[in-house]
Design a protein around this ligand. Structure first.
Ligand code: NAD
Length: 471
């Protein structure tokens, strides 16, 4: 007899292990209904002028501002991040929405008289029904990478939140409705693998954006492009930070400690590996000092679940067994009164070698692996052979050396003296290599190309002018 198939999953707060809710697992039949609703809404929505469409997002922005505290509380509760991180996340949603409100200025198209009485014209045309599949680590921000832009550009959307953090998006969906978004333009389906596969396969969906781990990004990219859909799939990361001997000790250490531990290290832009070129001892001891000020349950949130905590701790243990030196050890962190929460303290591991799992793999916890190198070339070789390529940063006061590393690092987003080099709007977000599959980036100006197709028209206004090569 088959085991009963679950129809819902528990949503548990990582902060203290409390059961918050149950998330229903949508069946492919539910997806079919959502796509039907979206397809029905598309003709009306896509024909609404963009200046009118963005009015919804002006109102949505105001609603995000009004409900900032409430949304941040929900986001923190289901994801485990601190209140201030959750507030920053909702503020980022507001910034993303501001960009979408500016889209009419970006998509004016072009027109030119290419020969006497003949004009060529380009227009940005929405694709139809599009899907967005998102991870657990930013319950509000990553969905808002796609929702405002895709919808303001005239598409209708099916969003699949992470089954681990579905609550913030349910609340945000109500705000979109309150902002005046017509029924059917935005739809949520819940679930995990099965519903994602159904999205990839559904013939009524034109494009799929995905953000999550590399293993799943590859599967989604292959499956959805196999159905001839347009796909942009962002994957995982292992971000390398080059620290040169002349780096400002205080600033570098503070930036690196914040980058490795912010959102409990559960960021695709987190510092994962520190490439210490030459003598970096002053910076390393200052990072340890900063890390010790980061206290689980106070200024450090929880990791998403018990499995994640166990996995992170296993990486640390294994690195220790292989000869790395654990300078600050975050294993077995307990927060008094929240003993059922999933906490890992900040962890600094020195003398990691490039072959160790902790040097190569994404840990997704507040852990930094320090690899000591003698030269910049040695450090670059390590960064360049990582399968990922989301971000890299260099800490130095030497502009020439910074430029040298910027030019050679194999990553889509580069920082100079910046721990988390996230490009802010109107610049676009996206990595290279196995951190992203597909063309273009997911936010900012570059996203316009993903969510629209160009119509090119050639128009002759003087038929009396006779025939030419365009006849
Ligand atoms: P995940 O890959 O486990 O899940 C992402 C989404 O895919 C979720 O909605 C999930 O329900 C679904 N999913 C999970 N397993 C699936 C499967 N086998 N088949 C189909 N769908 C499946 O990722 P996560 O744990 O939620 O998020 C963490 C990962 O996301 C990290 O690797 C992180 O680096 C990455 N991430 C990347 C970026 C980026 O911009 N590159 C941003 C945020 C997070």
């Amino acid at each position: 007899m088959n085991a009963a198939v679950p129809v819902s999953l528990p949503v548990i707060s990582p902060l203290d292990g409390t059961l918050l809710s149950e998330v229903p697992l949508s069946a492919p039949a539910d997806l079919a209904l959502a796509v039907e609703a979206a397809r029905a809404a598309f003709p009306g929505w896509s024909k609404t002028p963009i200046k009118e469409r963005v009015q919804v997002f002006f109102r949505y922005k105001t609603l995000l501002e009004k409900h900032l505290e409430e949304l941040a509380a929900l986001c923190s509760e289901e994801n485990g991040k601190t209140r201030s991180e959750a507030i920053a996340e909702i503020e980022k949603c507001i910034e993303l929405t501001e960009f979408a409100c500016s889209l009419p200025q970006l998509v004016t198209g072009e027109i030119l008289e290419v020969s006497k009485g003949v004009e060529c014209k380009t227009e940005y045309v929405p694709l139809g029904v599009v899907a967005s599949i998102v991870p657990f680590n930013f319950p509000a921000m990553v969905p808002n990478w796609t929702i405002p832009n895709a919808i303001a550009l005239g598409n209708c959307m099916i969003l699949k939140p992470s089954e681990k953090v579905p609550l913030t998006m349910s609340r945000i969906a109500l705000l979109l409705k309150e902002a005046g978004l017509p029924d059917g333009v935005f739809n949520i389906v819940n679930g995990d693998r099965e519903i994602v596969q159904a999205i990839c396969d559904h013939p009524g969906i034109e494009a799929v954006s995905f953000v999550g781990s590399t293993a799943v990004a590859k599967q989604v990219y292959q499956r959805a492009t196999g159905q001839f859909k347009r796909v942009l799939a962002l994957g995982g990361a292992k971000n390398h930070l080059f620290v040169l001997p002349d780096a400002d000790v205080e600033m570098t250490a503070q930036n690196i400690a914040a980058s490795m531990s912010g959102c409990a290290g559960q960021r695709c832009m987190a510092a994962g590996a520190l490439l210490a070129v030459g003598n970096a001892d002053p910076v390393i001891s200052k990072i340890c000092e900063e890390a010790r000020k980061i206290v689980p349950g106070e200024n450090l949130g929880a990791v998403i679940n018990a499995a994640s905590k166990a996995r992170i701790e296993e990486y640390i243990t294994e690195a220790g067994k292989q000869g790395a030196k654990i300078l600050v050890d975050g294993r077995k962190a307990i927060v008094r009164g929240k003993e059922k929460g999933f906490y890992v303290g900040p962890t600094v591991i020195d003398y990691v070698t490039p072959g160790m799992a902790i040097a190569r793999e994404e840990i997704f916890g507040p852990v930094i692996a320090i690899i000591r190198t003698r030269t910049i070339e040695e450090a670059l070789a390590i960064e360049n052979t990582s399968p990922y390529g989301n971000a890299a940063s260099v800490f130095t006061r030497n502009g020439g050396l910074a430029r040298y590393i910027m030019d050679r690092a194999s990553a889509g987003m580069i920082g100079v003296n910046v721990g988390v080099p996230v490009p802010r709007e109107p610049f676009s977000f996206g990595g290279w290599n196995e951190s992203k599959f597909g063309t273009g980036d997911i936010t900012g100006k570059s996203s316009v190309g993903f969510w629209t197709k160009l119509k090119k028209s050639t128009i002759k206004w003087n038929p009396e002018s006779g025939t030419n090569w365009m006849a």
